[in-house]
Design a protein around this ligand. Structure first.
Ligand SMILES: *Cc1c(COP(=O)(O)O)cnc(C)c1O
Length: 398
């Protein structure tokens, strides 16, 4: 990762950290019990998070990526299997599938919500399909009713990637409680955070037990190893931060929603800009505010537009500039070393190729921009961002 300093310039994407998080960390350090093995903090956080989401079980891990990997492993997905994923998401949605030696199958997205398109899922199902991972992108829930229906009809489990959607609701149910398993990230930029961290949610007792085993070396009792596992444990320091952040989550989301509303009001009617949409039956928690530009109307491409508005201060983020399948990882089938596993896995009878063209995601990737919604944004900062964008568009339309 060579552009860490660049990311640090994104002041508008910083987490909200108060005295209570600092005090909680201080207390854990004073106690000197820092791990799942020695501290009750992690299970306390799991109990609270499960209750918040409205599920029986939550299993804390050390990243959202680990959560996805553990969820796939708990479903016994592996060599020869296909998992349907969207191409417009963070890379981990797809690489977690590779970590389990299975093949990610990318399908197109819905142009309004940017989430995976249920019709596209239906067309991609084969006898090898062993899971579907809808992503609740930027905080907007995927079309879970249609996706669950496809899952049930074909006996395929659903893993919700809710890494950007803590507290979002689909028809009054919190995301992460709808599919067979839900996965959350607590990376520092997410709606709630623990620095790094993640959690898996489920109502299924058996899957929950498997997730607990896989997170901790497949070790149910000291020195008994009953299946392949990992060290994906969350620390007590992270859990202590998570307990505080969880209490603040609804208020932090409320601020994000208000900030998105502010953008909507101020950008409405602006030429060359398409405002993000939200379905009526969902609670969108605006991890990001992601409008589209119309390059032909503005006479400028997205990269140049971003350059223009970030001239004085970095206010926008380039997000997902190309569909995941266009990355060298997929184009050149770069798997586990020169043998290119799992893409060349003999258990997988078909030839893998990502030389595909999905028109909607390719269009959206060329036009989307990400504006910050973080709870700490002041009205002055919001006004600054709004006027920067309005001025840029004003100049271009002259
Ligand atoms: C952040 C994120 C992940 C991965 O979470 P990490 O905690 O960074 O490993 C996975 N999927 C999506 C959609 C994300 O936004």
């Amino acid at each position: 990762m060579k552009d860490t300093a660049d990311f640090a310039k994104h002041v508008h994407f910083q987490p909200s950290i108060g005295e209570d998080e600092i005090n909680a960390v201080r207390e854990v350090l004073k106690e000197g019990r820092l791990t799942l093995i020695s501290s009750e903090k992690i299970s306390e956080f799991e109990t609270r998070f499960a209750k918040y989401i409205g599920v029986k079980h939550a299993i804390a891990v050390n990243s959202g990526t680990a959560a996805l990997h553990v969820a796939l492993a708990s479903l016994e997905i592996g060599a020869g299997d296909e998992v349907i994923v969207p191409p417009f998401t963070f890379v981990a949605t797809a690489t977690a599938v590779l970590h389990q030696n299975a093949i990610p199958i990318f399908v197109d997205i819905d142009p309004e919500t940017y989430c995976i398109d249920p019709n596209a899922i239906e067309k991609a199902i084969t006898p090898n399909t062993k899971a579907i991972i809808p992503v609740h992108l930027f905080g907007h829930p995927a079309d879970m009713e249609s996706i669950l229906k496809i899952g049930r009809e074909n006996n395929i489990p659903i893993i919700e990637d809710a890494c950007q959607a803590h507290g979002a609701k689909y028809k009054n149910k919190k995301v992460g409680s709808i599919g067979d398993l839900g996965c959350f990230s607590f990376f520092e930029s997410k709606n709630m955070m623990t620095g790094e961290g993640g959690i898996i949610t489920t109502n299924d007792d058996e899957l929950a037990e498997k997730c607990r085993l896989i997170r901790h070396h497949g070790e149910p009792y000291w020195y008994q190893y009953v299946r392949l596992g990992y060290n994906y444990r969350m620390t007590a320091i992270q859990a202590a931060i998570g307990l505080i952040q969880l209490k603040k989550l609804d208020n932090m989301n409320k601020r994000r929603i208000e900030n998105a509303k502010y953008y909507n009001e101020n950008f409405s009617g602006l030429p060359g800009l398409e405002l993000p949409k939200s379905r009526k039956d969902v609670k969108h928690v605006y991890h990001l505010y992601a409008p589209l530009i119309r390059p032909e109307e503005l006479g400028i491409n997205r990269e140049k537009f971003l350059g223009k508005i970030n001239e004085k201060e970095v206010i926008t983020k380039l997000i997902y500039p190309r569909p995941l399948y266009k990355s060298p990882l997929f184009q050149d089938l770069m798997g586990y070393g020169p043998k290119k596993c799992p893409f060349t896995c003999p258990y997988y009878k078909k030839k893998v190729s990502y030389k595909i063209h999905l028109p909607i995601v390719e269009d959206i990737c060329n036009r989307v921009i990400g504006l910050p919604t973080i709870p700490s944004l002041s009205t002055e900062q919001l006004d600054q961002i709004v006027s920067t964008i309005k001025n840029a568009i004003g100049e271009l339309k002259k």
